[in-house]
Design a protein around this ligand. Structure first.
Ligand code: SF4
Length: 88
């Protein structure tokens, strides 16, 4: 399935927990903000939002990473636009 991972860079405080949990999807930039990777790769331009194809295991990992963010800066939506996290 495809999901869209988005980091709100205004909220991100660079705590790095998302990177620690899912380094395939997140990396910190020089501003100490998490941007979104595609399976460990950062196709140019580096962006705070990216749509990626994931396995169920990869989705779980991305959801865990989003849940680990202390400031709820990570949003994950599915390919139909349904927000998977945070739950609404
Ligand atoms: S866990 Fe949240 S605050 Fe920390 S780097 Fe990731 S997005 Fe930013």
């Amino acid at each position: 399935m495809k999901i869209t991972i988005k980091v709100d860079s205004d909220l991100c405080i660079g705590a790095g927990s998302c990177v620690a949990v899912d380094s395939n999807s997140f990396e910190l930039n020089e501003e100490n903000k998490a941007y979104v990777l595609d399976h460990g790769q950062a196709p140019e331009p580096a962006t705070y939002e990216r749509t990626v194809e994931v396995t169920p295991e990869e989705l779980d990992r991305a959801l865990l990473a989003a849940q680990s963010c202390p400031v709820l800066a990570v949003t994950i939506t599915d390919e139909n636009g349904k927000q998977l996290y945070p739950e609404i």
